[in-house]
Design a protein around this ligand. Structure first.
Ligand SMILES: [Zn+2]
Length: 363
């Protein structure tokens, strides 16, 4: 195998793991036979970082599994408060909030430690404050996925370059020849301004996905009858692009697909080929992202994420409540589940449900 950039033979000496789907968005597909370590370092990671940052709200809400670390928090706003959304959709106040009038004050913080710190600060001018008493009487509330509103952006030069690189990598992974993609390398490196890269948002679904499936999809298509060789990419179902490698393709018909479910962390095999009709491709490919169509698609994606997050939360609640019941009524002493035990369990589950979902609002 040869490095597609410098042409050197790739050996165990100069090999490097090139992620075809970015690991930051949950991608696990990689190859050691595409690019040498030296060339790879020259590409830098800025284009990949830009793409990962644009998709981070999704990676964060889904709590995407990465090889290292977790998705960064997202900043947002909720009822005049700056908030931070942690991976998995947990919300924290961005900073403590303090409201004061002549003879009272109101503090809102995410943790008791923060509240204590704010109280200590207040005590300097108000020595009568009893910190422990205040903390004891504080109201604790727990909320999940409350009216999460995330603004998202997709596209721009760096992102398009990262998507192009992804497509070329997938082509090479499928034993495409490095010679066929040389014309696109200056574009990925930022030396050329444009390439045959398009958003693709047809009016009908390109292929069916299950209600709780969120996939990264790569499809390589070679169609000699239309002289097209392209890669179709879908990230998180809804970020869709087509990258043309050759518009005068005269080789064999090619079809190769890869689908990865980021919710279950599994590669999904599709029995049927995903067909992208030539006429549709011509009609709906576009250099510009139609914000209205994209907005609708994004809302559907958030709805899907919401369903998944709720299902995960219900699972967490039942598992932890059963654990609590078993702590209180150890199995060796309570081999049979009694009415008292089911009542305890029902009570725990319902309390947690109320805490989790009472403030939940729709997107
Ligand atoms: Zn090289």
């Amino acid at each position: 195998m040869y490095c597609y950039d410098c042409g050197d033979v790739i050996t165990t000496e100069n090999e490097t793991e090139e992620h075809i789907l970015l690991n930051a968005i949950g991608g696990k597909l990689y190859s050691k036979k595409i690019i040498c370590i030296e060339c790879n370092s020259k590409f830098g990671s800025n284009i990949d970082d830009t793409l990962a940052a644009q998709l981070n709200p999704i990676s964060n809400l889904l709590n995407i599994k990465r090889d290292r670390g977790v998705p960064p928090n997202i900043k947002g706003r909720y009822k005049n408060r700056d908030i931070l959304i942690e991976p998995g959709g947990r919300i924290k106040l961005f900073r403590p909030y303090l409201e004061k009038d002549e003879n009272s004050f109101r503090i809102e913080t995410s943790t008791e430690a923060q509240a204590r710190k704010v109280l200590k600060g207040l005590k300097r001018n108000n020595p009568e404050i009893d910190i422990e008493e205040q903390l004891k009487n504080a109201t604790k509330s727990k909320k999940y996925l409350e009216a999460v509103k995330v603004d998202m952006e997709f596209g721009g030069e760096e992102t398009r370059r990262a998507i192009c690189k992804m497509a070329l990598n997938f082509y090479l992974l499928n034993e495409g020849s490095p010679e066929d993609i040389q014309h696109l390398i200056p574009y990925i490196k930022g030396c050329e301004d444009d390439a045959e890269i398009f958003f693709y948002y047809p009016h009908t679904e390109t292929f069916y996905k299950d209600e709780k499936e969120i996939l990264h999809t790569l499809i390589l298509v070679g169609e000699p009858q239309h002289k097209h060789l392209y890669v179709y990419i879908e990230l998180f179902n809804e970020f869709k692009m087509i990258i043309f490698i050759n518009k005068n393709y005269q080789g064999q018909p090619i079809y190769s697909s890869y689908h990865y479910n980021v919710v279950t962390n599994e590669v999904v095999e599709f029995e049927e080929m995903v067909k992208i009709p030539f006429q549709q491709l011509k009609k709906y490919k576009s250099k510009n992202l139609d914000q209205k169509v994209f907005g609708v698609r994004l809302r559907q994606l958030f709805q899907r994420i919401d369903n998944i997050t709720v299902a995960r939360r219900i699972n967490e609640i039942t598992t932890s409540s059963i654990r609590e019941m078993e702590d209180k009524y150890p199995r060796d002493k309570h081999p049979i589940i009694t009415k008292e035990m089911t009542r305890f369990l029902a009570d725990r589950v319902s309390k947690e449900f109320v805490l989790s979902f009472q403030h939940r609002l729709k997107f």
